[in-house]
Design a protein around this ligand. Structure first.
Ligand SMILES: C[S@@+](CC[C@H](N)C(=O)[O-])C[C@H]1O[C@@H](n2cnc3c(N)ncnc32)[C@H](O)[C@@H]1O
Length: 473
């Protein structure tokens, strides 16, 4: 392959341009960056869209690039992340209840408030630009209201609003930290319980969760080393994963890098790499050629495990319930000894006796909130019960499909104890499988706690908050 060092955000020579058929260019606006940010918030609110999926298309539609694209991204993601905090401030500055405010106007007010409180854009410029945006999108009548609200927002700095509006730090430390870092209280509470801390460490965890993360890549084993991938992409080898590379935050669309387009590398958080590798770190007696991934879509871990088992002459079976996600697994594992099957992992119709099985179960995703700007406000505590039931059934199925002496890795992208240690202890009690100390399977990774399971954290490890438990059958 071409080992020349392209700029990290340059488009590779032979890459296909993105599919623009459905994306008609929009007529020019005076402020395309803020228009794109507003349209992103609207899509998230009206269509349950994901901000990080909808934004790139809008940038192309409005022909926004360079510094304007960076501004649109910062405003759309920042206002999505901070929504709870922004809404509390707007409510304090408005003479109408928020549910009586026109929804698109409220989106614009969120963007304006974010600029005033959390960017270096001068307050008067943020107010003027937002009022223009409201005039253009919601009409002149509402522009006066926006002006009045935003002028009041600008009367205080963020820390002063926090002091005024946050729950009392002495009597409600979790509520106070949650408010300061713009997290729903129940999520801050879940972090506090997993960390066993309501003070400095909770503060660090929520602060890291609020920061824009670096992009991580996996170098496919057998195709390219992490050092080579780092040289080709202009990134740095990851601190812990032998296959990982970190790119600078905001380094452009990693999907357009040549090694990613050619299948030598994939975008994957380093924590995901480490939890998949943990499954391979347990010593086995006897055979070691039949591996299974029971929840494989979209195929990040199947790619890494499939590459490793292929190098050893074995096979990975990859089960995924949703057809279109199974197709993504096919595409992610092309060229590897991987068989993809569309089935319910609770009863996939496979004959058992696997040597190593991964259950990367569907979960709340509370561990990856930094990568999904709006997710913290969309998830609800009521989502938990059904997910926990499914996680338990999938893990029990994995244990049934594993040979005596084989190993199962249970992984979720969440630190919520109901989804992590809660599921594992119930399955251990019910199945008789034995939980292993997972920490030796994370070589070189510091601060792994008391075990036996491992919880990774953005503020400790620079990874998503992935959980991993290892069971010996
Ligand atoms: C956390 S994701 C897995 C991520 C994947 N291992 C990776 O690294 O790319 C969970 C996956 O499980 C799938 N899923 C949900 N319920 C399932 C079930 N009953 N059986 C099999 N797969 C299921 C979801 O569609 C989703 O693709």
């Amino acid at each position: 392959m071409n080992r020349k060092r392209p700029r990290a955000n340059s488009r590779p020579k032979n890459s296909r341009p993105p599919n623009r058929r459905a994306e008609r260019a929009k007529p020019p606006t005076d402020d395309p960056a803020r228009t794109v940010a507003l349209e992103t918030l609207r899509a998230v609110r009206e269509r349950d869209a994901y901000a990080n999926l909808v934004l790139p298309g809008l940038l192309r539609q409005y022909r926004v690039s360079g510094r304007d694209a960076a501004l649109a991204t910062e405003l759309a993601y920042g206002a999505s992340r901070a929504r709870g905090l922004l809404d509390a401030v707007i409510a304090e500055c408005s003479d109408r209840a928020l549910d009586e405010v026109d929804p698109l106007l409220l989106d614009a007010l969120r963007l304006g408030t974010y600029q005033i409180l959390r960017t270096r854009i001068p307050g008067h410029a943020a107010v003027a630009a937002t009022v223009d945006l409201v005039r253009g999108n919601c009409g002149s009548r509402l522009a006066g209201f926006a002006n009045a609200v935003l002028r009041r927002v600008g009367e205080r700095e963020e820390h002063e609003w926090v002091e005024l509006l946050a729950p009392d730090a002495e009597s409600d430390p979790v509520g106070n930290t949650a408010f300061r870092h713009a997290h729903p209280r129940w999520i801050a509470q879940a972090f506090a319980e997993a960390l066993r801390d309501t003070g400095a460490e909770l503060d660090a965890a929520l602060a890291a969760d609020d920061a824009r993360p670096a992009v991580h890549l996996t170098a496919r084993p057998g195709e390219i080393s992490a050092d080579e991938l780092a040289a080709v992409t202009g990134g740095d080898p990851a601190p812990y994963s032998p296959y990982g590379v970190h790119l600078e935050a905001g380094a452009g669309d990693p999907g357009e890098l040549e090694p990613v387009q050619e299948g030598f590398a994939a975008v994957q958080d380093e924590g995901s790499q480490l939890t998949a590798l943990a499954l391979t770190g347990v010593e086995l007696d006897g055979s070691d050629t039949r591996w299974l991934d029971l929840c494989a879509g979209p195929g990040g871990k199947a790619n890494l495990l499939g590459a490793l088992v292929t190098l050893d002459g074995g096979t990975l079976d990859a089960v995924e319930q949703t057809r279109h996600r199974a197709e993504l697994v096919e595409s992610a594992t092309r060229g590897l000894s991987v068989n993809v099957r569309v089935a319910d992992g609770r009863d996939p119709g496979l004959s058992g006796g696997y040597d190593r099985v991964l259950v990367d179960a569907p979960c709340t995703g509370l561990g990856a909130l930094r990568r999904r700007p709006e997710a913290r406000w969309r998830r609800q505590p009521g989502d938990l019960d059904e997910l926990v039931r499914l996680q338990r059934e999938l893990l029990l199925s994995a244990v049934r499909l594993t040979r005596p002496g084989g190993v199962v890795a249970y992984v979720v992208c969440s630190p919520h104890r109901a989804e992590t240690t809660g599921v594992v202890s119930e399955v251990v009690a019910e199945s008789g499988a034995r939980e292993l100390d997972a920490r030796p399977c994370f070589p070189g990774v510091p601060s792994l706690g008391e075990g036996p399971s491992v919880q990774l954290w953005p503020h400790r490890h620079g990874t998503d908050a992935m959980f991993c438990a290892l069971l010996r059958v």
